[in-house]
Ligand binder design. Structure first.
Ligand SMILES: Nc1ncnc2c1ncn2[C@@H]1O[C@H](COP(=O)(O)OP(=O)(O)O)[C@@H](O)[C@H]1O
Ligand SMILES: [Mg+2]
Length: 311
């Protein structure tokens, strides 16, 4: 469906995107993650044909964006960052304008406009000037614009950025509903989005791809993955030393009566910790193996990361 091959972009001495390759199939919602300035928007602009790559290309259903841009663009929907819209147009006039740009006229055009209004739930604002809409509605108008021609590949640049929690929820549900018939690539720097909507994610840092996998696969890269968390009500000064001496333990972090035992050997760590707690008759209030967290993986893999939005 979408194949990105060794795509690169340099702005003078700045390598904004360096040799990035990935692919995505129909039905996938691919999260495109990275801190601010990592190169997400630049990559998306190249994939959608708005920016010429310095090297490499993107192929949409067999159409190379650098060789056959018109054919490729027919199959691509693009939601740019910050929902750029004409403030003085109403929802209906804007969608009619977009429909005409896409080559629809007469009854088909009107039908496309109505479809967009219904798919993106814009009924209540159809006659309102775009400049007066809330950010959530603006984003939905942009979404209606992006999917009007039933694209096979939908590229969305931070579609939930700046929305309140309810608006985010609506937009995420819309993305999920659209996924069955499309390939979706959605950039974000909000990690909770990955678990909420993405079937797979790639991580970009300083222009380079540093990870590609399902949310669970990425979590497994976390140093906390497989660590055992033990909470005691009667911690003593030698507890950490005892845990550290376990054959399967690597190191131990302590915070009051909570211990994180990092694994040397994940297979056997949990049973060793639980056996020790029994033998020493510790008063255990919590014992569990950790999955690892996406934000740890991000901190590990990205440089100069800005993840202030991590919940
Ligand atoms: N037109 C441009 N001229 C020079 N540098 C640019 C231009 N556009 C983006 N950059 C730089 O390229 C890098 C990647 O930017 P961008 O793709 O917007 O990142 P992201 O979308 O991940 O925040 C940044 O260092 C940015 O400053
Ligand atoms: Mg961006």
């Amino acid at each position: 469906m979408l194949e990105v091959k060794n795509i690169s972009k340099s702005y003078g001495p700045i390598d904004a995107v360096k040799d990035v390759s990935f692919s995505a199939d129909q039905g996938e919602i691919l999260g495109f993650l990275g801190p601010n300035g990592a190169g997400k928007s630049t990559t998306m602009r190249m994939i959608t044909g708005f920016l010429t790559p310095s090297a490499g290309t993107a192929i949409v259903n067999g159409h190379d964006i650098t060789v056959a841009p018109v054919a490729a663009k027919k199959l691509i929907g693009y939601l740019p960052e910050n929902a750029p819209l004409y403030a003085e147009m109403t929802t209906t006039t804007f969608l009619r304008f977009v429909a005409e740009l896409r080559g629809y006229s007469g009854r088909v055009r009107d039908q496309k406009v109505e479809e967009g209004i219904s798919r993106c739930q814009l009924e209540s604002v159809r006659r309102q000037p775009l400049g007066t809409l809330s950010k959530g509605f603006k984003q939905r108008v942009c979404m209606a614009q992006a999917i009007m021609h039933d694209p096979k590949v939908l590229i969305m640049d931070e579609p939930t950025d700046g929305l309140d929690p309810n608006q985010k929820h609506v937009v995420r549900n819309m993305i999920r509903d659209m996924a069955a018939s499309m390939t979706i690539v959605v950039s974000t720097h909000i990690l909770e989005e990955v678990d909420a909507i993405c079937t797979r994610a790639i991580i970009i840092s300083a222009g380079q791809l540093v990870a590609n996998g399902t949310p669970d696969e990425l979590r497994r890269k976390s140093s906390l993955h497989g660590a055992v968390e033990l909470t005691l009500s009667d911690a003593s000064s030698d507890t950490a030393d005892s845990l550290r001496a376990l054959p399967s333990a690597d190191r131990v972090e302590t915070e009051r009566s909570r211990y994180i035992v990092y694994p040397g050997n994940q297979e056997t760590l949990y049973s060793e910790v639980s056996a020790m707690a029994r033998d020493k008759e510790w008063k255990v209030t919590g014992l569990r193996t950790l999955d690892g967290r996406l934000d740890d993986v991000f901190k590990q893999l990205t440089v100069g990361g800005d993840f202030s939005n991590v919940g």
